[in-house]
Design a protein around this ligand. Structure first.
Ligand code: SAM
Length: 381
């Protein structure tokens, strides 16, 4: 197999072969497809900046009001007509915008999806920090990053005592997580039926957006949230504003040092493990195992490496994102399953999610029989 692949590589690198392949009718579509894929890799950062400009200028919100003519649209964007045309042409090429009748512009198929998912716009905005940190990717790989913006944005990644982080330090990332949580929550709720449980403890639950979605969909379930004290306070304030979330117990602490609250028959870790190295993941999984009764369930949800059809997301995007952040790595379902079993759970089961690019879901049971006596009533901090 290796010899065959070597031969293929030599052929693909050969300029005469490339020229022949682009002329021969049977290989031409493949050659075009490959050269487009390579071009997209070279130009990807430009596409991202076109998207960033659209988001920053609120182009999709403006077009969601209906198709617009160039001059009034350019005025609302605060751009000269030529600059607006440049942005709109780029956005059309990227399917973010489309041409409509009477020389007007409307949403494109990808731009329309942006309107329904404000979390994507929030992610795009915060990518300004990622671009800055990736300015010199080789320096980053050598441990001499050009910038440390993401490490500052996620201060718990490197903090000696994350439990001492104050309200200001956790505000920006907590807001971003809450904005992007709804699209993740719907994937989890569709993949795994929480109705069979009595009480869910969401560990690293942020300011509570996931539990809010759970409360709306599974009204009978008792709920608990554990996060750093400053984040837990944000969750308490958020829940105080929502009638549907009255029965949520909120706990502040460090999940790597403190015991997790008891009483839940299911513990969730949503977008948590990829932030940490294996040793910390094991500490956390063991804490979850101690918090659960025999037969209790662990639910892990996060984007995973080597996801069929979404390979670049885990392998490239999250790999470099977490490198810039300074801690953690994307893991395959098998790597996560290995850690889960090492922490004392039974063999995990990979649930089917509708959009595995956003998140995959792994569940595992603590050994032993489920007891009817497990009470889920949550008490506050
Ligand atoms: C990437 S965010 C995910 C938030 C939420 N689960 C979601 O998906 O929206 C990671 C969360 O873990 C929390 N966290 C990080 N280190 C922690 C620690 N040592 N103890 C408690 N919570 C921690 C952060 O405050 C943050 O809310």
């Amino acid at each position: 197999m290796d010899r065959l692949l070597d031969l293929r590589d030599r052929l693909l690198a050969n300029q005469s072969f490339q020229r022949w392949a682009s002329r021969f009718a049977l290989t031409r579509p493949i050659a075009r497809h490959r050269s487009r894929a390579l071009f997209d890799l070279c130009a990807g950062f430009v596409y991202s900046q076109v998207l960033a400009a659209c988001v920053r200028l609120e182009l999709f919100e403006i077009l969601s009001e209906g198709p617009q003519e160039l001059h009034p649209l350019a005025r609302r964007l605060g751009l000269a007509p030529d600059a607006a045309t440049c942005l709109l042409d780029a956005a059309i090429a990227l399917k973010l915008v489309s041409r409509r009748g009477h020389l007007r512009y409307g949403l494109g198929e990808l731009g329309a999806a942006m309107v329904g998912n404000p979390g994507i716009a929030a992610m795009v905005e915060h990518h300004a920090m990622l671009y800055a940190d990736l300015r010199d990717p080789v320096a980053l790989l050598r441990g001499e990053p050009a910038g440390r913006s993401l490490a500052a944005f996620w201060p718990y990644a490197e903090a000696e005592r994350p439990e001492d982080l104050d309200a200001d330090s956790v505000a920006a990332y907590s807001r971003l997580m809450a904005a992007s949580q709804p699209m993740v929550a719907s994937q989890i709720l569709d993949a795994y039926p929480l109705r069979r449980h009595r009480c869910l403890l969401d560990v690293g639950g942020g300011e509570g957006a996931f539990l809010e979605a759970v409360a709306a969909e599974v009204p009978g379930l008792d709920l608990m949230l554990f996060d750093l004290p400053a984040v837990a306070e944000r969750a308490e304030r958020r829940f105080a504003r929502q009638a549907a979330t009255e029965r949520i117990g909120v706990f502040g602490g460090d999940f790597l040092k403190d015991e997790l609250p008891r009483g839940a028959d299911i513990v969730s870790l949503v977008r948590i493990l990829h932030d940490h190295d294996d040793a910390r993941v094991l500490t956390l999984l063991r804490a979850a195992r101690r918090a659960l009764p025999p037969g209790g369930t662990l639910l892990l949800a996060e984007p995973m490496a080597e996801t069929p059809g979404a390979e670049p997301s885990g392998g490239a995007y999250f790999g470099f994102y977490l490198l810039a952040m300074g801690r953690g790595r994307p893991r395959t379902p098998a790597q996560l399953a290995g850690l889960v079993e090492e922490a004392g759970f039974e063999k995990p089961h990979l649930q089917t999610t509708g959009n595995p690019l956003l998140t995959r879901v792994l569940t595992a049971r603590a050994p032993g029989e489920v007891s009817d006596k497990v009470s889920g009533r949550a008490s506050g901090r």
